[in-house]
Design a protein around this ligand. Sequence first.
Ligand code: ADP
Ligand code: MG
Length: 352
Amino acid sequence: MSITVKQVSKSFGSFRALEHVSLEVAGGSLVALLGPSGSGKTTLLRIIAGLEVPDAGTVLYQDEDVTEAAVKDRNVGFVFQHYALFRHMTVFENVAFGLRVRRWPRKRVKERVGELLRLIQLDGLAGSYPSQLSGGQRQRVALARALAPEPKVLLLDEPFGALDAKVRQDLRQWLRRLHDEIHVTSVFVTHDQEEAFEVADRVVIMNHGHVEQTGTPREIFERPANPFVMDFLGNVNVFHGHVVRGRMKVGSFEVDYPAHPHDEPRPATAFVRSHELELLAKRNGRPSLEGKVVHVSPAGPVVRARVFAADFGVVLNVDVTRDRYAELGLEVGDTVYVAARDVRVYVQDYII
Ligand code: ADP
Ligand code: MG
């Protein structure tokens, strides 16, 4: 069951929450909607669910136009951040709830719930009450409850948002494995890029009610479409300068920019990721910035250094491998030269 969203717009009063949003969710895939708070992720998910009707545009399930279809006719499962398990019901009864409402026969309910509790690895807890479970276990039950009536589409809105970091990490790996087993078309909302990239087949990056970029995690990481995406992904150094005659210039620092061969300068921003900067003990002929090491954070798989480049008045964040760190004998106060392996330049549109 694929989902197609075409040119969907939605306003609340005079506020445009979604503007001409289009996206495609392939049948059986898991797509993440990723973006800052207020970017329209929940609104889009609610429109896909049928909890909200768009002002314009269409939503298709496979080839069927469901834009105006009621939520109860769409056969979707939901999981939200604030698990709303029924407190007075056991785990078994919580998962069985949707099946009883649909008047499944007793025997089939028992089989289906048993199957789901095994799937979420909680078969030993069928008789427990929600208050006896951990937060992570409760979210797994919420997921089993959503999956019980065999929905065509599973919609998850920040399902792990209320859990602590370690549990979140376990659950996202668990969700990915689960999805590999059951392959129900799923849309997962999150503002956490690590979560989106780890769980999803494709990621849709949203900002201010529109889609900035869609792609596989790798495509987005390797080819961010624009400065918003670059900045949102984080771990990046930003330089403001201009392009002119085939070069991007930031003070005395220059790199090639053949796309703008013209004489008139245009404002431009250069982005360099922390792991795309390199530290040198001495200049080696390539363009580099002189700086002073102001902080080293050596506790991790990569060593993070902060280097103050006085000529530019900026602090650069540089990730160094542990080997390179040892080789340089890096310490606070050292003078180093910072070179870039990869610089991405985005030229601002003309503002007239
Ligand atoms: P996200 O899930 O990305 O944080 P939302 O889709 O919840 O974003 O909200 C997008 C914007 O729309 C927010 O600014 C929010 O305040 C506004 N909004 C959402 N739902 C309503 C509503 N029912 N009435 C008025 N404004 C709303
Ligand atoms: Mg939201």
